[in-house]
Design a protein. Sequence first.
Length: 171
Amino acid sequence: MNPLRRRYIPLLALAPLAVLLPRLASAHGDQHGNHAAAGPVVKEQKPWGIAADPKTATRSVEIRMTDDMRFTPSHLDVREGETLRLRVVNRGKVMHEIVIGTPEELQAHAELMKKHPDMEHEEPYMAHVSPGRRGDIVWHFNRPGDFQFACLIPGHFEAGMRGSIRVKPRS
């Protein structure tokens, strides 16, 4: 094999990260608490749905976060087309967050958070919540499938601070 080719093939394997990492890094800002305080919600279609106006929420679900690295409830069943207000309450003494996504995106984001532990979130599918505080995510689940939510603060994801969302197709 050509020595130059052998030298650069491993670099080609990293090419997908060159696309993914800037997108994940740009999803962070420097404010604590509810993402809504940062300004108008950017509505970008994601595989798990799209941000929604709080007035359109058809159901509210409280999700509690605790320092035992658990979400309660840890599973949500949703109907395709449903808009939920996820009221996230941090009952712990340390910062927690909730990020909705695909398992692959959450894993990649968790790895990025290990390298940059002071990153904070601003995207509408994320809420970074201080101890004793709460945050809201209002999300329109317009695509069926199995998705997840997790706390991506370093160590929390690895400790099992994750949950699942099943979006059932319209009948």
